[in-house]
Design a protein around this ligand. Structure first.
Ligand SMILES: [Zn+2]
Length: 348
């Protein structure tokens, strides 16, 4: 296909419904899955990237993402940059490092290494972007439920740690509480099991609610953390080095954040009380963080309560989707899952 025709074809993808996109991906992955003939041992890596005419050879079960990762990060064994293409294996392009002479693929030493059925990963990533349930994702990829569940947390492992390393300018911060779920636990339940996803019997009680801190600057960079306790020490442990004296903090006046700011010597502005606006400082508000809390909780309702140990993964899931915004696509997700998340790319 000519390149302008291809661009036209691509632009039509924007009009597809979520379901049509999933179908299209499943179709593409089936058609492309048999392409095992890409042996190009020893071909110089840079040349092959430059040649768009042969770009198709760079597509494997990860789309073009694996090639970008190896191009950007080099050899996973020695960080060497002297890397050449080294054929294919198990639907993935292989590479060889001329410095340490070892071979690898784009997944080597990532949380995604050695997961099977790679030809279904892009379909699975699409299901995750749609926030599909484990059963729906399993159906779309024709894998067992337990496989789809295992994949969910492998796909989330790297995004969970992909957060901004620092903020610019004004930073809004506020805590919220997410209901703890004990589903799946047979013993060690500290109280009678509640109907899943229900309301805490004692609103605000920290025993049944997990404290989550969300901080966001005015460029949209978003940091979140599960707090062991809603106190200044936990906040310090979470955001030390991220919110610094170079920033100004805006919060709603809760004691933990103010104590953290005072001890860290960070300028802190408390939002005006309701009905008492500060016309001279309209930018001192935490509307962005509060809106983020709202979107996070609304989106999390579909999971009917998550176990505490998995909460960081779900926060990362939401954070990644917000960071991509309209650019979210399955390749982004794979990219994130192998250690090139939106924040890693921004701050590299
Ligand atoms: Zn090497």
């Amino acid at each position: 296909m000519e390149s302008h025709e291809f661009q036209l074809w691509l632009s039509g993808i924007g009009n597809l419904s979520a379901e049509q996109r999933t179908q299209a991906l499943a179709f593409l992955s089936e058609r492309g899955g048999g392409d095992e003939d890409g042996w190009r041992g020893g071909e110089a890596f840079g040349e092959s990237v430059a040649s768009s005419a042969r770009g198709r050879d760079r597509l494997d079960a990860l789309g073009g993402v694996g090639h970008l990762k190896v191009g950007g990060q080099g050899c996973p064994h020695c960080a060497g940059r002297n890397v050449v293409s080294w054929g294919r294996s198990h639907t993935l392009a292989r590479y060889r490092c001329k410095d340490c002479r070892r071979t690898f693929n784009a997944l080597t030493k990532t949380p995604m290494a050695r997961l099977r059925k790679k030809d279904q990963w892009l379909v699975y990533a699409m299901a995750m972007l749609e926030g599909a349930s484990v059963s729906k994702a399993a159906q779309a990829c024709k894998v067992h439920y337990t496989t789809a569940f295992r994949w969910r947390h492998r796909f989330l492992s790297a995004p969970a740690t992909d957060k901004p390393k620092r903020f610019t300018g004004l930073v809004e911060a506020d805590e919220t509480f997410i209901l703890e779920s004990f589903k799946g636990r047979r013993s060690d339940i500290p109280r009678l099991p509640r109907k899943r996803g229900g309301k805490a019997r004692h609103p605000g009680s920290f025993f049944e609610n997990i404290a989550v801190l969300v901080a966001r600057d005015r460029h949209g960079a978003t940091f979140d953390a599960v707090l062991p306790q809603p106190d200044a020490a936990s906040i310090k442990a979470a955001v030390a080095g991220v919110i610094t004296q170079a920033n100004r903090l805006v919060c709603d006046g809760g004691l933990p954040l103010r104590a953290f700011a005072r001890r860290a010597n960070i300028r802190c502005h408390v939002v005006p009380a309701p009905g008492k606006p500060l016309p001279e400082a309209p930018h001192f508000h935490i509307n962005n963080v509060n809106a983020y809390h709202g979107r996070l909780k609304e989106w999390m309702r579909r999971f009917h309560g998550v176990a505490t140990k998995n909460l960081a993964n779900y926060l990362g899931w939401r954070r990644a989707m917000e960071a991509w915004g309209p650019q979210a696509n399955p390749e982004n997700w794979i990219s994130s899952a192998i250690g090139m998340g939106p924040y890693q790319q921004l701050t590299r």
